[in-house]
Ligand binder design. Structure first.
Ligand code: SIN
Length: 345
């Protein structure tokens, strides 16, 4: 790449673009500042890249979902088809950033860097974290060594693999970490250091063909267990008519006996059931959950939390995958290693 890298910043809203009435109030409105104003506020960006900005959405990220993320992925794809964009930065709300990063990782096949960033404090706050995070994300997106790593998240001096990013806290600036696994690198000032060579997630770009689909992706329900809930949370998903349901079970994927019985009946009726867990660090494998993949045609989510599992299940259903194929897809993720596109379902 001759000269400075050309980076496109795509704004979608969130706290990073949020504004409050004063610099010290805890209340604010997300998505108030457009992406060009965000970059205009960081004079130092000129030193590291040629940056352009575009605002796609101005929303709290809880109002974004697969429809908006698919449009976002298409915008990234179109940008990369020109020589005018070497890397993309997406500014996003933290609430669903982990889902968006995971979803784009499943859809996009480009080698060029796509880096999500966000903030826990609004742009108007004393000590706002957004400008530093945006600077770091542009630094990461502009670096040739960020290529072929799939979707990345850059925040708080840390670079995370996008598919592993999880939000673990409601308020502190250090709200994200990678799970399973750890950070890929660090940003210190203008210095970017990677700890390991490039590799992608095992399912990177696996659903590339869904990028252009016009039909809405199938809706997937999530049934969250709590003590003494019986079958009620899953029954609500059955009554809503979802073609697929993720059960956010206890620790290793267990659930009250009435819910397990209902899950078996629903699976027999053709509902795709995936079992995940309500804990922060999810690890659900066939041997520890109540339902068995062979007997009950359900998949274990491995290390995926319920919200990421729901996205993967929705894409698998959109492709018309059967229960055994869905189980194989979920089984690929615990590997945590990059593998060639050719060797997968
Ligand atoms: C949001 O996700 O849009 C609000 C919360 C945040 O960005 O931290």
């Amino acid at each position: 790449m001759a000269g400075k890298a050309k980076i496109l910043v795509l704004g979608t809203g969130g706290t990073i673009a949020g504004a409050g009435e004063s610099a010290t109030t805890a209340t604010y409105k997300a998505g108030q500042i457009d992406a060009s104003r965000l970059i205009a506020g960081i004079a130092q960006l000129d030193r590291i890249a040629e940056v352009k900005a575009e605002t796609l959405y101005a929303k709290p990220s809880g109002d974004l979902g697969p429809r908006e993320w698919r449009a976002l992925a298409r915008r990234v794809q179109v940008a990369f088809e020109t020589s005018e964009v070497d890397g993309v930065v997406v500014t996003h709300g933290t609430d669903t950033l982990e889902e968006a990063a995971f979803f784009l990782d499943l859809l996009l096949q480009s080698d060029k860097p796509v880096v999500f960033t966000a903030a826990m404090r609004p742009a108007t706050a004393l000590g706002a974290d957004g400008p530093a995070n945006l600077f770091q994300a542009v630094r990461v997106a502009a670096a040739p060594e960020s290529a072929e790593r799939g979707i990345l998240v850059a925040m708080n001096d840390t670079v995370l693999p996008g598919w592993m990013a999880i939000k673990t806290a409601s308020l502190p600036v250090q709200a994200f970490r990678a799970y399973p696994g750890g950070p890929l690198g660090r940003v210190t000032g203008e210095r970017l250091t990677y700890f390991e060579p490039p590799r992608r997630s095992p399912l990177a770009g696996r659903f590339f063909l869904c990028l252009d689909g016009q039909r809405e992706l199938p809706a997937v329900g999530i049934a969250l267990v709590h003590g003494g809930c019986g079958e009620a949370p899953l029954a609500a998903c059955r009554d809503a008519g979802y073609p697929g349901v993720v059960i956010a079970g206890f620790g290793g994927g267990t659930m009250p006996a009435p819910m397990a019985a209902l899950a078996r009946r629903m699976a027999k009726d053709g509902v795709a059931i995936v079992v995940s867990s309500r804990v922060g660090e999810v690890a659900v494998f066939p041997e520890v959950m109540d339902l068995r993949e062979d007997a009950d045609v359900v998949a274990a989510s491995g290390f995926l939390n319920p919200q990421k599992s729901a996205l993967l299940l929705s894409l698998a259903l959109a492709e018309g995958r059967n229960a055994a194929e869905i189980s194989t897809l979920f089984g690929r993720l615990p590997a945590c290693s990059g593998e060639s596109y050719g060797s997968r379902l």
